[in-house]
Each structure stands twice: as structure tokens, then as C-alpha cells.
Design a protein around this ligand. Structure first.
Ligand SMILES: Cc1cc2nc3c(=O)[nH]c(=O)nc-3n(C[C@H](O)[C@H](O)[C@H](O)COP(=O)(O)OP(=O)(O)OC[C@H]3O[C@@H](n4cnc5c(N)ncnc54)[C@H](O)[C@@H]3O)c2cc1C
Length: 402
């Protein structure tokens, strides 16, 4: 079995499990079967429930224990690639549209928090994309101008007005360009809300087979019980084999370390979300309880093989990088180290929508660095699609677009 998460998942360490859910002990029927109980499955269940559509989540293990337990949860409208770089794989219009949809998804989270309260350590954040490399100054400036021209609230910074303690030759500072949250708390909260409406959840209920009929679709679970529905939505993250042979993305392993709470954030203006312009890039955030998470150093993901020594090397590189960036933060001490699979696509966008060959098989796969935001867009657009309203923006995320 492929293992996608290694080490000590920070969000499982920081949280206690608020609720355990039953496993499936009988055959049942619903409208929408959601397979996968990570943040994506929870988001889907929330949106379908808000639209009064009956739905059932089937999770093979425990809720939010896979990728969702380690996602850094940097929620930014920008994709892994800069707008300019995206034009090598898609049109500028599509790139700008994807960025704008990112802004829309950020607003959706804000709306959710305003409606249900902030129970998941959510906060709105400014963002920084920067380079310490002189030869990339022109690229940064171009990126800034392109975003400004397309209506994004950005500022250009360089060595002359660098408010950070690290070497910055040029950067794009995005005002309210992102947010952050605790993905474990967020997932459980979404599920609790769905359950109070028309969502149901079963843990330890792995889907092992799917059968399609003229009028309905049926999934079989590991203990033999079946769920019948009108459609099945694949929200299984990086593991889609039960449903399709399609190869959706290129998998890498990305590494993270998280510190103990630090006493100050000297040299880190506004505790913004940070991403550098390297390939692979490094990304950083802080937490509500004053920790720092830094990630990156990605390498190819090899199924079934985990190289402990390599992982330790990567964690050390991240620790040194962090200490070099913030020499004024004196009490940096690493507490958690972990890594996990991560899938990217050519245009950095996930897959949302119907299988081109099967009306009853739908996908919500938040691949790329904006996985959670794509899932939010998926929740909104797929629940409307189920009700007969097709959002033209779904075209950007089409399963067979390559
Ligand atoms: C280190 C790291 C950092 C990341 N940082 C970010 C970030 O900053 N921002 C961002 O948006 N994204 C980030 N990502 C990507 C991120 O993890 C995803 O966006 C998000 O967590 C994916 O959630 P998910 O629910 O799609 O997947 P998962 O959390 O993996 O959930 C899928 C679930 O499906 C279940 N499942 C699989 N097969 C079956 C089956 N047959 N039957 C039943 N259940 C099944 C699994 O057990 C699992 O619980 C990061 C990823 C990693 C590894």
C-alpha cells in the first residue's frame, strides 16, 4: 500500500480528535457518495448539505488523517507558478482567471467564518513572493506589473525598502492575498455542520469497488456493505486507482518542519505567508500559537520507498534556512518533522468535474499548491452542477484538458 504521509503530522499532534464516526454496518442509499474524508471530502459534504442534497462520506481510515493532517494550509490566490510563467502552459486569460478564482475561494472561507465563527484558527494574511537572486529581479518586477494591471492589490519591494530580515532582491507583496487555518479543526467543523443538515460520515469504511448501473451507482466497502447513490465523487487525494486508471499528476515528496512556539517575530513583517521564487520553492507560515512552519526541498515521490536519511537531511536544510532567514528570532527550536506526497499538474490546477466517459463518476482533486482553494471551488461548482447549473469556470479544471 502506498503511504503518503511520514513523520509526525503536526495537526494530529496539536489537536485531540473531537469526534469518532461509525463504520458502515448496513447497506444504505443517498444522493451523492463522497469517497475520502480529508478536507476535500468535508468541503464537498458541506456544500452539498448547504444545498440540501443528501450525501455520505466514506473514509477508509480516520477523518483528516492523511494529507490533511500535514498540509501547511497556506491559502493563496496565486498558483505555484507566477502568472507570467503560466503563459507557457495556458493563456494569460486562463492564468488571470485562475488567480481570480483563488480570490473568490478565499472570500468563500471568509464567508464561512463569518457565518459559523472562527473555530479553526483562521486568519486573513498578506503574502510575499520574493527572490534573493539578482537575475530574477526583472522577472519579479514583471510579475508585479502583470498582477497590478489585472487588478490584484500588490506592492513591489526591493532592497531599498525590504522590511524583512532576509536577503530580498525583489518581491511582490500581496495585500490580503491569502489566509491560513488549522486544517484538522476546519475539516471536523465542516463535517459537524454537514451532519446537522443532510450529510453522513463513515470512518474505517474503505471503498473497494464501484459498480455502475443505468439508474444509479453503487460502491462496495471493505466489510461488504454497499452505498447506492446518483453519483460518486472521488475525493481520495493522491489515490484514485479504485476509480480510474487515469494518471492525474506528477507526485513529489515535500518536507516540512514546525518549531516550538517562538517568543517574537522580529524581521517577519505582519507574519505574512512567504514563498520564494526557487524551483522547488520554500514556503513559510506562522501559527496562532506562535510556531513557524517551513516547507519545501521537494524530491520525486517513489511509491513504497521512504528514505529516512534523506528526510533528515532535508529537515536540517530547512532548519538552517529558517535560522538564516530570521537571525533575530533567537529561540527557534524544531519540534515536528514530517513530509508527504504532493501532486502537481502542468498548469498547476486541480481536477473538478465529471469523467468524460461516465456521467456518474465525478472528481474533486485539489492537486497543486492550492489544493484547499480548488476543493472549495469544487464544492461550490459541483453542488450547483448536481442541481443542473453548469459554471463555465469548470472548464479550467476539466479532467481531460491535457
Ligand atoms: C507537506 C504538505 C504541504 C502542503 N501544503 C499545502 C498548502 O499549503 N496549501 C494547500 O492548499 N495544499 C497543500 N498541500 C496539499 C494538501 O495536502 C491538500 O491540498 C489537501 O490536504 C488535500 O486534502 P484531500 O482531502 O484532497 O486529501 P487527503 O487529506 O489525503 O484525503 C483523502 C482521503 O481519502 C481517503 N481515501 C483514499 N482512498 C480511499 C478509499 N478507497 N475509500 C475511502 N477513503 C479513501 C484517505 O484515507 C484520505 O483520508 C500540502 C501537502 C503536503 C504533503
Amino acid at each position: 500500500m502506498e503511504q503518503y504521509v511520514q513523520g509526525e503530522p503536526i495537526f494530529l499532534k496539536l489537536n485531540s480528535i473531537p469526534k469518532q464516526y461509525p463504520y458502515l454496518t448496513e447497506d444504505i442509499s443517498t444522493d451523492v457518495i463522497i469517497v475520502g474524508g480529508g478536507v476535500t471530502g468535508a468541503i464537498l459534504s458541506y456544500y452539498f448539505s448547504e444545498n440540501n442534497i443528501q450525501n455520505v462520506i466514506l473514509e477508509k481510515n480516520r477523518i483528516a488523517h492523511e494529507s490533511t493532517s500535514i498540509t501547511t494550509s497556506l491559502l493563496q490566490y496565486e498558483l505555484d507558478e507566477n502568472l507570467k510563467a503560466l503563459t507557457s502552459v495556458t493563456s494569460l486569460e486562463n492564468g488571470v482567471l485562475a488567480y481570480k478564482l483563488g480570490v473568490k475561494a478565499l472570500k468563500e472561507i471568509e464567508k464561512f467564518i463569518n457565518k459559523y465563527g472562527n473555530n479553526c484558527e483562521y486568519s486573513l494574511k498578506d503574502t510575499l513572493l520574493y527572490t534573493s537572486n539578482k537575475i530574477e529581479i526583472k522577472e519579479m518586477k514583471q510579475e508585479y506589473e502583470l498582477r497590478l494591471k489585472n487588478g490584484f492589490d500588490v506592492e513591489y519591494i526591493d532592497e531599498s525598502n525590504n522590511p524583512f530580515s532576509f536577503d530580498l532582491k525583489a518581491g511582490v507583496y500581496g495585500k490580503n492575498g491569502g489566509s491560513q487555518l488549522d486544517p484538522f479543526k476546519y475539516t471536523h467543523e465542516l463535517i459537524e455542520i454537514s451532519q446537522s443538515k443532510c450529510g453522513k460520515v463513515f470512518e474505517n469504511s474503505e471503498v473497494t469497488k464501484v459498480n455502475y448501473f443505468e439508474e444509479y451507482v453503487e460502491v462496495e466497502t471493505c466489510y461488504g456493505h454497499k452505498v447506492k447513490g446518483n453519483i460518486v465523487i472521488v475525493a481520495t487525494g493522491y489515490n484514485t486507482k479504485v476509480f480510474t486508471d487515469r494518471n492525474f499528476g506528477t507526485k513529489t515528496t515535500t518536507f516540512n518542519i514546525a518549531t516550538k512556539p517562538v517568543s517574537e517575530f522580529n524581521g517577519w513583517k505582519n507574519r505574512v505567508l512567504i514563498r520564494d521564487n526557487n524551483d522547488p520553492y520554500n514556503y513559510l507560515r506562522t501559527t496562532d500559537d506562535n510556531r513557524i512552519i517551513i516547507g519545501g526541498e521537494d524530491i520525486s515521490f517513489i511509491p513504497g520507498i521512504f528514505n529516512e536519511k534523506k528526510a533528515e537531511e532535508k529537515y536540517s536544510i530547512l532548519e538552517n534556512k529558517l535560522k538564516n532567514m530570521f537571525p533575530n528570532i533567537k529561540d527557534i527550536e524544531v519540534q515536528y518533522k514530517y513530509c508527504g506526497a504532493f501532486a502537481s499538474t502542468k498548469d498547476n490546477m486541480g481536477f473538478l468535474g465529471k469523467d468524460p466517459n461516465n456521467e456518474k463518476l465525478w472528481y474533486c482533486l485539489g492537486y497543486g499548491a492550492n489544493g484547499i482553494l480548488f476543493s472549495i471551488l469544487g464544492g461550490g461548482m459541483l453542488s450547483k452542477l448536481y442541481l443542473g447549473e453548469e459554471d463555465k469556470n469548470l472548464n479550467l479544471f476539466k479532467v481531460d484538458r491535457f
